[in-house]
Structure formats: structure tokens, C-alpha cells
Design a protein around this ligand. Structure first.
Ligand code: GLV
Ligand code: GLV
Length: 319
């Protein structure tokens, strides 16, 4: 009998073709996130699950799949939606999609940074509101990047790609995180404490994964430590920032602005953020290019195919 591969939401055709070689593919009919009970029902009898970042995959979901479950391939680099230890206990492998989304996510990070510092969203809204305007030397001034300091929290693959872009824009780099990076020399980046980073950076960009240690890493105290001329960019996971504290800090002028691609309770957004002009918002578009999404899905499919063929997965993750 062919092995059952459950794909929780539509993925590019090229990746489905790889999966169809490996087993019998099941896809939901509706193009929306599965509810938890729908997910538990869908995985029944699965040998592999291709999951999205909005699917919570934990012990009970693995139990609903049954003892035949061998691999959960998350189509994302982050895997905070998966209880990896609970799956390991059940001998289920977990894989992610590192590397292929690094440049796309760094590009989006820089888009937010430029949109924020050059007031692109605000200018776009002004024109669409058909407001009168005229060029003058003091009109809608933003803030330049050259000679400013970018503080990167988590200099991994994506953080490094963001830092390379920032160097090309003439920015200086400081970073903090759990470990030193080999890219430090190339980037002329200085490793500093998180406290020093927050108090000295003109832009703080978050590139650490979401873990119990990084949840609300940027809270009221961290925001209070930032310069009131500084900007915050978040393209990692929403819960790394205390969104309510961020709205407070922005309203009080404790920081200059924020660029956010991810939110604490996606797809919801803290309503007070929606009313602020110095906030640029995108709906989790970090990896959203045709090329990157295809690569991500293909990589997840190849991980499934490898495991079902009895080979080692390409991108195993540990809890
Ligand atoms: C997207 O957010 C990812 O983790 O791939
Ligand atoms: C990105 O691909 C990362 O692994 O940080």
C-alpha cells in the first residue's frame, strides 16, 4: 500500500509532483488553515505530514496520525509551531527549510526598513487620500541610513544577509545573540551585549528564532532602552515582541517607528498599531516570492521523500 502524505495546505505543483512519487498525497479542499480538529482528522494514518507555520503539530496530533507517522516537514525555516521533543519521543523526524528563504527574507527586511525610514507607506496613503501636496524642502523628511548603526539580534543566515545589505547602504553593524558569528570580519560587525545593542542602534532588526527564551525579548523595558530616534524591524516571529508594549512605546514616542511582517496572534494585529503612521505593516511576506516559495515546498517534499525512502532527511531539526 502506498504511504499517506498529508499536505495541510496547497503548495506549488512542482513539490506535489515530488510527493506523488513518494506516496499517496492528500490535500484539503478549501484553501485555508485547517482547524485543530480538522488537522487531527486529516493526519489519521499519515506516514508524512507537510505542515505550514500556522499548524500546531504536537504530541496529540502525532497520536492522531498513529504509529506509522515518520516525518513532519515544515514549509518554513522557523519551527516554533512544532513540539519537536514530543515528536522525537514518538520517533517522528521534523525537518525545516533553511537557506532557500534567506535572501527573500533579507530583502523584505530591507524593504520594511526603507519604507519606514523614507515614509513610503505614509506618502502612498497621502496620495491615495487625494490630499493636496507640493514639493518643499521640509516635506515628509525621513531619515538617512548612511553612517547609522544597525543592531541585529541573532546573526544567523538571515541576519547575516540583512547585514550584508546594510553594509552596502553604508551602515555599521553591531549584533548580539547566543553565539559569535564567523561572518563578523566580513561584515566588520561588533558583538555586543543586548543592552549595548538596544541603547546604541539606530535600527534594531530581529533575526533570532522564537523560543521560550526569546518570547517577549522586546518588552517595555527593551523598548525603553532604545533611542527615541530608533526603529524596530521584526521579520522573525511576532511573539518575540510584546505588541501591546510596542504600541505604547510608539504612542509615547519612545522609539521612532516600527516595521512589522509578523504578529503576536497572526492573523490578528494589535489594533492600536493600525492607527499609527510611523508603523509599516506587511502580512508575513518574508519568504513570499514565487521562486522562494517553490524552493521551500520542494525542499520540504524532498525531505519527505528521503525519509519515506529510508534515507536521512536533508534538514532535520532538533528541539
Ligand atoms: C517563515 O516565516 C519561515 O519561518 O519560513
Ligand atoms: C536562514 O536560512 C537561517 O537558517 O537563518
Amino acid at each position: 500500500m502506498r504511504m499517506r502524505i498529508v499536505v495541510t495546505r496547497r503548495i506549488p505543483e512542482a513539490a506535489l509532483a515530488v510527493l506523488r512519487e513518494a506516496g499517496e498525497v492528500w490535500l484539503p479542499e478549501a484553501d485555508r488553515a485547517l482547524e485543530p480538529d480538522e488537522l487531527r482528522k486529516a493526519v489519521d494514518g499519515a506516514a508524512a505530514v507537510v505542515s505550514m507555520l500556522h499548524d500546531r503539530i504536537d504530541g496529540p496530533v502525532a497520536d492522531a496520525a498513529g504509529p506509522g507517522l515518520r516525518v513532519v516537514a515544515n514549509v518554513a525555516v522557523g519551527y516554533d509551531n512544532i513540539d519537536v521533543p514530543a515528536l522525537a519521543e514518538r520517533n517522528v523526524l521534523v525537518t525545516n527549510t533553511p537557506g532557500v528563504l534567506t535572501d527573500a527574507t533579507a530583502d523584505l527586511t530591507f524593504s520594511l526598513l526603507l519604507a519606514l525610514t523614507r515614509r513610503i507607506g505614509e506618502g502612498d496613503r497621502l496620495l491615495r487620500a487625494r490630499e493636496p501636496w507640493s514639493f518643499h524642502l521640509g516635506f515628509m523628511l525621513g531619515s538617512g541610513l548612511q553612517g547609522k548603526t544597525l543592531g541585529i539580534i541573532g546573526l544567523g543566515g538571515i541576519g547575516t544577509a540583512v547585514a550584508r545589505r546594510a553594509r552596502a547602504f553604508g551602515m555599521n553593524i553591531v549584533y548580539s545573540g547566543r553565539s559569535r558569528s564567523a561572518a563578523e570580519t566580513e561584515l566588520d560587525a561588533r558583538f555586543v551585549s543586548r543592552e549595548e545593542l538596544l541603547t546604541t542602534a539606530d535600527v534594531v532588526s530581529l533575526h533570532c528564532p522564537l523560543t521560550p527564551q526569546t518570547r517577549h525579548l522586546i518588552d517595555a523595558e527593551a523598548l525603553g532602552a532604545m533611542k527615541n530616534t530608533a526603529y524596530l524591524i521584526n521579520t522573525t516571529r511576532g511573539p518575540v515582541v510584546d505588541e501591546a508594549a510596542l504600541a505604547d512605546a510608539l504612542r509615547r514616542g519612545e522609539i521612532a517607528g516600527a516595521g512589522l511582517d509578523v504578529f503576536e496572534k497572526e492573523p490578528e494585529v494589535e489594533p492600536r498599531l493600525l492607527d499609527l503612521d510611523n508603523v509599516v505593516l506587511t502580512p508575513h511576506l518574508g519568504s513570499a516570492t514565487v521562486e522562494t516559495r517553490t524552493e521551500m515546498a520542494l525542499l520540504a517534499a524532498r525531505n519527505v521523500a528521503a525519509v519515506l525512502a529510508g534515507e536521512a532527511p536533508l534538514n532535520p531539526v532538533r528541539g
